[in-house]
Design a protein around this ligand. Structure first.
Ligand SMILES: [Zn+2]
Length: 85
């Protein structure tokens, strides 16, 4: 997938190892690219219904002091699926 930066016009090929993840609004994960030209971030995907549901479950479980490892694995898989990894 080719991405053209809307800031500097730099064209770059998106690849899996360029994908980065960071927390979004405290409880969600945002997946984004950084433009090699200007360093601007481009959002690849926002959470869908399933990842939102999982992330909600995780935060509820964490508050309750439960183990969230399995839920987090599920969430990772779902995010990977969205991103075609
Ligand atoms: Zn750029």
């Amino acid at each position: 997938m080719k991405i053209v930066c809307s800031e500097c016009g730099h064209e770059f090929e998106s690849s899996n190892d360029m994908l980065m993840e960071r927390p979004y609004k405290a409880q969600f994960i945002e997946v984004y690219y950084s433009c090699p030209g200007c360093g601007n971030d481009f959002r690849v995907c926002l959470p869908n219904a399933e990842t939102k549901r999982l992330q909600k479950q995780i935060s509820i479980s964490e508050k309750a002091g439960n183990d969230t490892k399995k839920l987090k694995e599920k969430l990772k898989k779902e995010l990977d699926r969205i991103n075609g990894r």
